[in-house]
Design a binder for this molecule. Structure first.
Ligand code: ADP
Ligand code: ADP
Ligand code: ZN
Length: 215
Protein backbone atom coordinates (compact mmCIF):
# COMPACT_ATOMS: atom_id res chain seq x y z
CA UNK A 1 0.00 0.00 0.00
CA UNK A 2 1.37 3.43 -0.95
CA UNK A 3 0.06 6.06 1.47
CA UNK A 4 0.54 9.83 1.65
CA UNK A 5 0.47 11.40 5.10
CA UNK A 6 -0.49 14.97 4.26
CA UNK A 7 -0.70 18.11 6.35
CA UNK A 8 0.96 21.43 7.16
CA UNK A 9 4.25 21.64 9.08
CA UNK A 10 3.52 20.75 12.70
CA UNK A 11 0.30 18.83 11.97
CA UNK A 12 1.68 15.68 13.61
CA UNK A 13 2.84 13.68 10.59
CA UNK A 14 6.13 12.58 12.12
CA UNK A 15 4.41 11.80 15.44
CA UNK A 16 1.86 9.48 13.80
CA UNK A 17 4.07 7.92 11.12
CA UNK A 18 5.44 4.96 13.08
CA UNK A 19 2.01 3.62 14.11
CA UNK A 20 0.84 3.70 10.50
CA UNK A 21 4.00 2.03 9.22
CA UNK A 22 3.82 -0.70 11.87
CA UNK A 23 0.19 -1.43 11.08
CA UNK A 24 0.55 -1.33 7.29
CA UNK A 25 3.97 -3.05 7.27
CA UNK A 26 5.59 -0.38 5.10
CA UNK A 27 8.68 1.85 5.52
CA UNK A 28 8.51 5.54 6.49
CA UNK A 29 9.88 7.95 3.88
CA UNK A 30 10.23 11.49 5.21
CA UNK A 31 11.86 13.89 2.75
CA UNK A 32 12.69 16.31 5.59
CA UNK A 33 14.45 13.50 7.52
CA UNK A 34 16.43 12.54 4.41
CA UNK A 35 17.56 16.15 3.92
CA UNK A 36 18.55 16.50 7.58
CA UNK A 37 20.51 13.22 7.44
CA UNK A 38 22.37 14.49 4.36
CA UNK A 39 23.06 17.79 6.08
CA UNK A 40 24.51 16.00 9.09
CA UNK A 41 26.72 13.89 6.80
CA UNK A 42 27.83 17.02 4.91
CA UNK A 43 26.78 15.78 1.45
CA UNK A 44 26.22 18.11 -1.52
CA UNK A 45 22.49 17.31 -1.35
CA UNK A 46 22.42 18.29 2.33
CA UNK A 47 24.10 21.63 1.62
CA UNK A 48 21.78 22.38 -1.28
CA UNK A 49 18.67 21.49 0.76
CA UNK A 50 19.83 23.58 3.73
CA UNK A 51 19.92 26.75 1.62
CA UNK A 52 16.13 26.37 1.11
CA UNK A 53 15.20 24.83 4.47
CA UNK A 54 16.79 27.64 6.47
CA UNK A 55 14.53 30.15 4.69
CA UNK A 56 11.39 28.04 5.00
CA UNK A 57 11.27 27.55 1.22
CA UNK A 58 10.80 24.38 -0.77
CA UNK A 59 13.71 22.43 -2.21
CA UNK A 60 13.28 22.37 -6.04
CA UNK A 61 10.93 19.70 -7.41
CA UNK A 62 13.56 17.93 -9.58
CA UNK A 63 15.81 17.37 -6.58
CA UNK A 64 13.04 16.06 -4.32
CA UNK A 65 11.41 13.90 -6.99
CA UNK A 66 14.65 12.09 -7.91
CA UNK A 67 15.31 11.46 -4.25
CA UNK A 68 11.86 10.01 -3.60
CA UNK A 69 11.67 7.79 -6.68
CA UNK A 70 15.14 6.37 -5.89
CA UNK A 71 13.95 5.60 -2.39
CA UNK A 72 10.64 4.09 -3.57
CA UNK A 73 12.57 1.78 -5.89
CA UNK A 74 14.47 0.17 -3.01
CA UNK A 75 13.50 -3.41 -2.10
CA UNK A 76 11.98 -2.60 1.31
CA UNK A 77 9.48 -0.28 -0.40
CA UNK A 78 8.42 -2.81 -3.05
CA UNK A 79 5.14 -3.41 -1.19
CA UNK A 80 4.48 0.29 -0.66
CA UNK A 81 5.62 3.11 1.60
CA UNK A 82 4.34 5.91 3.81
CA UNK A 83 5.28 9.30 2.35
CA UNK A 84 5.59 12.05 4.97
CA UNK A 85 6.24 15.59 3.75
CA UNK A 86 5.92 14.59 0.08
CA UNK A 87 4.28 15.62 -2.24
CA UNK A 88 4.38 19.35 -1.43
CA UNK A 89 3.58 20.68 -4.92
CA UNK A 90 1.25 19.59 -7.72
CA UNK A 91 4.29 18.75 -9.86
CA UNK A 92 5.50 16.36 -7.15
CA UNK A 93 2.02 14.80 -6.78
CA UNK A 94 1.67 14.14 -10.50
CA UNK A 95 5.18 12.77 -10.82
CA UNK A 96 4.56 10.46 -7.87
CA UNK A 97 1.36 9.11 -9.33
CA UNK A 98 2.96 8.58 -12.75
CA UNK A 99 5.99 6.83 -11.26
CA UNK A 100 3.84 4.53 -9.13
CA UNK A 101 1.61 3.63 -12.09
CA UNK A 102 4.63 2.86 -14.27
CA UNK A 103 5.65 0.42 -11.55
CA UNK A 104 2.25 -1.28 -11.20
CA UNK A 105 1.41 0.69 -8.06
CA UNK A 106 -0.73 3.73 -7.26
CA UNK A 107 -1.43 6.23 -4.51
CA UNK A 108 -3.81 4.05 -2.48
CA UNK A 109 -4.73 6.42 0.31
CA UNK A 110 -4.16 9.96 1.56
CA UNK A 111 -4.49 10.69 5.27
CA UNK A 112 -4.82 14.44 5.72
CA UNK A 113 -4.17 15.92 9.17
CA UNK A 114 -6.10 19.16 9.63
CA UNK A 115 -4.77 21.72 12.12
CA UNK A 116 -5.24 25.53 12.10
CA UNK A 117 -2.25 27.91 11.90
CA UNK A 118 -2.38 29.24 15.47
CA UNK A 119 -2.05 25.70 16.82
CA UNK A 120 0.73 24.92 14.32
CA UNK A 121 2.78 27.90 15.50
CA UNK A 122 2.56 26.70 19.12
CA UNK A 123 3.47 23.16 18.15
CA UNK A 124 6.43 24.08 15.95
CA UNK A 125 7.93 26.61 18.32
CA UNK A 126 7.75 24.06 21.17
CA UNK A 127 8.97 21.12 19.09
CA UNK A 128 12.24 19.48 20.05
CA UNK A 129 14.00 16.90 17.92
CA UNK A 130 16.57 14.18 18.67
CA UNK A 131 19.83 14.92 16.85
CA UNK A 132 20.65 11.20 16.67
CA UNK A 133 17.40 9.46 15.63
CA UNK A 134 15.03 12.29 14.62
CA UNK A 135 12.34 11.45 17.22
CA UNK A 136 10.21 14.51 17.99
CA UNK A 137 8.97 15.86 21.30
CA UNK A 138 7.17 18.95 22.53
CA UNK A 139 8.20 20.98 25.57
CA UNK A 140 4.60 21.02 26.90
CA UNK A 141 2.55 18.41 25.00
CA UNK A 142 5.02 15.53 24.75
CA UNK A 143 8.25 16.11 26.68
CA UNK A 144 10.95 13.42 26.95
CA UNK A 145 11.17 11.70 30.36
CA UNK A 146 14.50 13.44 31.05
CA UNK A 147 14.81 17.00 29.69
CA UNK A 148 17.09 17.18 26.64
CA UNK A 149 17.52 13.38 26.39
CA UNK A 150 15.79 11.18 23.79
CA UNK A 151 13.52 8.44 25.26
CA UNK A 152 14.18 6.23 22.25
CA UNK A 153 17.96 6.37 21.85
CA UNK A 154 19.44 8.57 24.60
CA UNK A 155 20.54 11.16 22.01
CA UNK A 156 20.55 14.92 22.53
CA UNK A 157 17.16 16.62 22.06
CA UNK A 158 17.34 20.16 20.61
CA UNK A 159 15.33 22.76 18.71
CA UNK A 160 15.60 22.50 14.93
CA UNK A 161 16.91 25.77 13.37
CA UNK A 162 13.83 26.05 11.18
CA UNK A 163 11.50 25.71 14.20
CA UNK A 164 12.38 29.24 15.35
CA UNK A 165 9.41 31.54 15.08
CA UNK A 166 10.49 33.62 12.01
CA UNK A 167 11.14 30.49 9.94
CA UNK A 168 7.93 28.88 11.19
CA UNK A 169 5.94 31.83 9.74
CA UNK A 170 7.77 31.50 6.41
CA UNK A 171 7.08 27.74 6.30
CA UNK A 172 3.37 28.26 6.93
CA UNK A 173 3.26 30.88 4.16
CA UNK A 174 4.98 28.41 1.81
CA UNK A 175 2.47 25.74 2.81
CA UNK A 176 -0.51 27.96 2.00
CA UNK A 177 1.02 29.23 -1.24
CA UNK A 178 2.40 26.01 -2.76
CA UNK A 179 1.24 22.94 -0.86
CA UNK A 180 -2.37 23.40 0.25
CA UNK A 181 -3.56 23.23 -3.39
CA UNK A 182 -2.21 19.68 -3.70
CA UNK A 183 -5.05 18.37 -1.53
CA UNK A 184 -7.94 19.24 -3.91
CA UNK A 185 -5.93 17.66 -6.75
CA UNK A 186 -5.40 14.50 -4.70
CA UNK A 187 -9.10 14.42 -3.74
CA UNK A 188 -10.06 14.21 -7.39
CA UNK A 189 -7.91 11.13 -7.92
CA UNK A 190 -7.50 9.25 -4.65
CA UNK A 191 -9.37 8.36 -1.44
CA UNK A 192 -8.60 11.12 1.04
CA UNK A 193 -9.44 10.62 4.71
CA UNK A 194 -9.41 13.92 6.64
CA UNK A 195 -8.50 13.62 10.32
CA UNK A 196 -8.97 16.35 12.94
CA UNK A 197 -5.36 16.75 14.06
CA UNK A 198 -6.13 19.09 16.96
CA UNK A 199 -7.11 16.28 19.34
CA UNK A 200 -4.66 14.48 21.64
CA UNK A 201 -1.84 12.41 20.15
CA UNK A 202 -3.65 9.17 21.19
CA UNK A 203 -6.99 10.27 19.73
CA UNK A 204 -5.37 11.29 16.47
CA UNK A 205 -3.56 7.94 16.34
CA UNK A 206 -6.84 6.05 16.69
CA UNK A 207 -8.44 8.08 13.89
CA UNK A 208 -5.43 7.68 11.63
CA UNK A 209 -5.28 3.91 12.14
CA UNK A 210 -9.02 3.64 11.48
CA UNK A 211 -8.36 5.23 8.08
CA UNK A 212 -6.32 2.14 7.14
CA UNK A 213 -9.40 -0.07 7.37
CA UNK A 214 -11.08 -0.66 3.98
CA UNK A 215 -13.66 2.05 3.17
P1 ADP B 1 7.83 19.48 8.79
O1 ADP B 1 7.87 18.05 9.29
O2 ADP B 1 7.93 20.46 9.91
O3 ADP B 1 6.68 19.74 7.87
P2 ADP B 1 9.89 18.64 7.04
O4 ADP B 1 10.87 17.95 7.90
O5 ADP B 1 8.89 17.81 6.30
O6 ADP B 1 9.13 19.71 7.93
O7 ADP B 1 10.63 19.56 5.98
C1 ADP B 1 11.66 20.44 6.36
C2 ADP B 1 12.08 21.25 5.12
O8 ADP B 1 12.63 20.37 4.13
C3 ADP B 1 10.96 22.00 4.42
O9 ADP B 1 10.70 23.25 5.02
C4 ADP B 1 11.53 22.13 3.00
O10 ADP B 1 12.52 23.15 2.94
C5 ADP B 1 12.26 20.80 2.82
N1 ADP B 1 11.37 19.77 2.22
C6 ADP B 1 10.94 18.63 2.81
N2 ADP B 1 10.13 17.94 1.99
C7 ADP B 1 10.06 18.65 0.84
C8 ADP B 1 9.36 18.49 -0.40
N3 ADP B 1 8.55 17.43 -0.63
N4 ADP B 1 9.52 19.44 -1.35
C9 ADP B 1 10.31 20.51 -1.15
N5 ADP B 1 10.98 20.73 -0.02
C10 ADP B 1 10.86 19.82 0.98
P1 ADP C 1 5.00 17.30 11.39
O1 ADP C 1 5.83 16.07 11.16
O2 ADP C 1 3.65 17.23 10.72
O3 ADP C 1 5.72 18.58 11.06
P2 ADP C 1 5.29 16.63 14.25
O4 ADP C 1 4.77 15.23 14.30
O5 ADP C 1 6.75 16.82 14.34
O6 ADP C 1 4.66 17.41 12.95
O7 ADP C 1 4.55 17.45 15.42
C1 ADP C 1 4.84 18.85 15.63
C2 ADP C 1 4.94 19.13 17.14
O8 ADP C 1 3.64 19.00 17.72
C3 ADP C 1 5.84 18.17 17.91
O9 ADP C 1 6.46 18.91 18.92
C4 ADP C 1 4.87 17.13 18.47
O10 ADP C 1 5.35 16.58 19.70
C5 ADP C 1 3.62 17.96 18.71
N1 ADP C 1 2.37 17.21 18.47
C6 ADP C 1 2.12 16.30 17.49
N2 ADP C 1 0.84 15.85 17.56
C7 ADP C 1 0.25 16.52 18.59
C8 ADP C 1 -1.07 16.51 19.17
N3 ADP C 1 -2.04 15.72 18.67
N4 ADP C 1 -1.29 17.31 20.23
C9 ADP C 1 -0.32 18.11 20.72
N5 ADP C 1 0.95 18.17 20.23
C10 ADP C 1 1.24 17.38 19.17
ZN1 ZN D 1 16.76 9.64 19.59
Amino acid sequence: MDIILFGPPGAGKGTQAKAICDKAGIPHISTGDIFRKNLKEGTALGKLAQSYMSKGELVPDEVVCDLVTDRLAQPDAAGGALLDGFPRTEVQAKLLRDWLREHGRDIDLVISLEVPDDVLVRRLSGRRTCLACGATYHVDYNPPAVEGVCDVCGGQVVQRDDDREETVRARLATYHRDTAAVLPWLSEHVRVVAVDGTRSIDEVRRAVLAALEPA
